[in-house]
Design a protein around this ligand. Structure first.
Ligand SMILES: C[S@@+](CC[C@H](N)C(=O)[O-])C[C@H]1O[C@@H](n2cnc3c(N)ncnc32)[C@H](O)[C@@H]1O
Length: 438
């Protein structure tokens, strides 16, 4: 980068309530993710450094960064057509954000171009003409450019080509709908804490607050429009929690009864553990590898008025946490590719590599094999991922059952297994239930 191409700190001088300011901050996040950073961590660090930002600024930066990264496959392909030589990373990221805005708010196209040029003027004045030219070119030649990238799968489906191929193979009738749903903003699911409220009373509170919702068969509620948690009636008092509707099957399918010994082996932030405790008076041990995340389980339990033994431990190292008493139920909600929740974490789509999936699968196999001896004869283990990839799901459980002759596949809702694909109601999850022979 030459001296005139080095970003100045001029973006700090942009008015904080302007679209230009939101563009510049969203572009910083996008640039970090392209460089390999985790989007949520980068955003949290940004907010920590700028506690004075009003909610509207935080929201605008978040919407632009998340939206740009959901659409990154398309933006990247378009820039490939529009640029003749590489630009500094900050300007490249700014163009991606501005192009996302052009697509999502076409009625404000000219404002978007002007605001992006202002950011460039503040960052790298020598390149403001380039930013202006690229964006105007995009607007002028929209149809031709769209035709040019029509054959590019990552652009068309806004997911990496290898990801598209895996879904096409696994779900010949549903892959396109799953990818399309994966590009939408995620729904906001709610769980009612039956120890403190009824479905009817929470429905009444939501009505009173003017929050429209729908109820699903598993008694999860889905808001028609997501709101900030602070604006959710009953949240602070522990009557209601935010939990995706797809995650609310775990407590049901575990077939819980009072007095059972239950293990949640990978528990943080504690959503499914809390649901278990709200469902039946069981004796629960919640394990979590990461001590910071263990604290989130404890905070959630306090808010909801439930209690259990919570420990920071690696569930694969049994000697460190198991007292030798078998469990009647085990929930193994294992770490995974998170490909079923990529619309909540769009950086995942672009940071994961195909070879990462085998690494997750190996880790999941280790966890399953380590937990199996702790399950009582006649007990049940529910295996859960938020993945759409067979290696982490059906293939994993088939491998497990073929290695453990005392393992027996049990039906879930009359099916061998349950693969939920992302849709308007819930994220993507996989469930399999395994029993142990008596
Ligand atoms: C999918 S998340 C669990 C979500 C949680 N069950 C819920 O519903 O709120 C997986 C969790 O497992 C933890 N984890 C990963 N490896 C682990 C291990 N070997 N032992 C215990 N926890 C582990 C991760 O830190 C992460 O918090």
């Amino acid at each position: 980068m030459t001296r005139s191409q080095r970003p100045s700190n001029g973006a700090a001088a942009l008015p904080p309530d302007s679209l230009a300011f939101a563009f510049s901050r969203a572009a910083t996040l996008v640039e970090s993710v392209i460089g390999g950073a985790n989007l949520t961590d980068a955003f949290e660090a940004m907010l920590l450094a700028h506690p004075q930002w009003p909610d509207a600024t935080r929201g605008a930066v978040r919407d632009l960064a998340w939206g740009t990264l959901r659409d990154y496959g398309r933006g990247d392909a378009l820039l490939h057509q529009l640029l003749h030589k590489p630009l500094p990373e900050a300007i490249h990221a700014l163009l991606l954000v501005a192009m996302y805005r052009l697509d999502s708010r076409p009625e404000q196209a000219h404002t978007a171009v002007n605001q992006a040029v202002e950011v460039a003027a503040a960052l790298l004045p020598a390149l403001k003409g380039v930013v202006n030219g690229v964006l105007r070119n995009r607007l002028r030649n929209a149809a031709a450019l769209d035709a040019e990238i029509a054959g590019d799968e990552a652009a068309r489906y806004r997911h990496p080509a290898w990801w598209v191929e895996r879904l096409r193979t696994s779900f010949p009738d549903a892959w396109e709908a799953a990818l399309a749903a994966g590009n939408q903003r995620p729904p906001m699911g709610l769980r009612v804490n039956r120890l403190r409220a009824s479905l009817e009373s929470v429905a009444g509170e939501l009505d009173q607050a003017g929050l429209a919702f729908r109820s699903l068969v598993n008694e999860a509620l889905v808001l028609e429009r997501p709101v900030a948690v602070a604006g959710l009636p009953g949240f602070a008092e522990g009557r209601v929690s935010v939990q995706d509707a797809g995650a609310q099957w775990a407590a049901r399918w575990l077939d819980l009864a009072a007095g059972q010994r239950v293990l949640d082996a990978c528990a943080a932030p504690g959503g499914k553990s809390a649901h278990i405790l709200e469902t039946a008076a069981v004796n629960l041990l919640a394990l979590e590898l990461d001590a910071t995340r263990t604290r989130r389980i404890e905070e959630n339990f306090r808010r909801l008025g439930v209690s259990a033994q919570v420990r920071t431990a690696d569930c694969r190292k049994r000697a460190a946490w198991w007292d030798g008493e078998p469990f009647d139920r085990i929930l193994a909600d294992v770490p995974c590719s998170a490909s079923g929740v990529a619309r909540r974490h769009p950086d995942i789509k672009w940071l994961r590599r195909p070879e990462d999936i085998a690494r997750f699968a190996a880790q999941q196999a280790e966890i399953l094999d380590a937990l199996w001896p702790t399950l009582a004869a006649g007990g049940k283990l529910l295996y859960v991922t938020c993945s759409l990839f067979d290696e982490e799901n059906g293939m994993q459980i088939e491998r497990f059952c073929s290695c453990h002759p005392d393992a027996l596949r049990l039906p879930i809702d009359g099916q061998v297994e349950c693969q939920l694909l992302p849709n308007a109601d819930h994220d993507g999850f996989y469930y399999a239930l395994v029993g142990k022979h008596r």
